[in-house]
Write a protein that binds this ligand. Structure first.
Ligand code: PEP
Length: 250
């Protein structure tokens, strides 16, 4: 039985003061919630404050990116040591906004995934097709390449640690949510790819989140699908009550 995992991607929102307020509100809302893994992913500047607030709770902290390098002359980058020092446990990698605006490729995303795992951080690898891909009938093709390339050289044992987030790009921040069946179909497809890559045990263990306009009113149906093991939440994660309602739906 896979434990559900709900992560909030705050993106480039919240000053440190605002992040402290939101993290405290989420902590209060979820004080009694232990049966779901909850991860808050604020911007880098607020990671330390949020990490302090949720220390000694079941809530974990994740970053929205990480360098594939260990240290050195990489202006503007943040490495694993810096994240682990402040008790960051998860790293979102390959989000569609990073693929689109910063031209991150599967090659570099894979380097980050491998580095994160090597350093005991848990990657949340984001994959998903654009509207153009879907309309051209290329959803499976695109998702398969992202999964195989993003998880290249990752061994079977790591699939209990890493998380895959299926995020159809056309559903992110648009209010257009994939139907539960559309999402389930792709999740099952992804699990099939993992089985082919590293075997049935890893495929059965790996958690696959859905992301794309998940809200309290559609969460129950999405999270009720057999291959949907949680959610990566953008907009609704910026409101403690909505985010907590999604966690409770899980
Ligand atoms: C996201 O960016 O990961 C996301 C799922 O955003 P939203 O929930 O706002 O669609």
């Amino acid at each position: 039985m896979r434990k559900k995992i709900i992560a909030g991607n705050w993106k480039m929102n919240k000053t440190v003061g605002e992040a402290i307020e939101l993290a405290n509100a989420v902590k209060l809302e979820l004080a009694d919630c232990n049966d779901v893994d909850v991860v808050l992913c604020p911007p880098f500047t607020a990671l330390k404050s949020v990490s302090d607030i949720v220390s000694e709770t079941q809530i974990a902290v994740g970053s929205q990116n990480m360098s594939s390098e260990d240290e050195g002359a990489y202006t503007g980058e943040i490495c694993h040591t810096m994240l682990k020092e402040i008790f960051v446990r998860y790293v979102i990698l390959g989000h569609s906004e990073r693929r689109e605006y910063y031209k991150e490729t599967d090659f570099w995303i894979n380097k980050k995934v491998v580095k994160a795992l090597e350093k005991n951080l848990r990657p949340i690898l984001c994959v998903g097709e654009t509207l153009e891909d879907r309309e051209a009938g290329n959803t499976e093709k695109v998702v398969e390449v992202q999964v195989r390339e993003g998880l290249k050289d990752v061994d079977a044992a790591a699939f209990t640690e890493l998380v895959i987030a299926y995020e159809p790009v056309w559903a992110i921040g648009t209010g257009k949510v994939a139907t539960a069946q559309q999402a389930q179909d792709v999740h099952a497809f992804i699990r099939g790819i993992v089985k082919d890559m590293v075997g049935a045990e890893a495929a059965d263990a790996v958690r696959i989140q859905y992301g794309g306009s998940m809200k309290p009113d559609n969460a129950v149906e999405l999270l009720g699908q057999p291959d949907i093991d949680g959610g990566l939440i953008g907009g609704a994660a910026l409101d403690a009550t909505s985010f907590a309602a999604i966690v409770k739906a899980a």
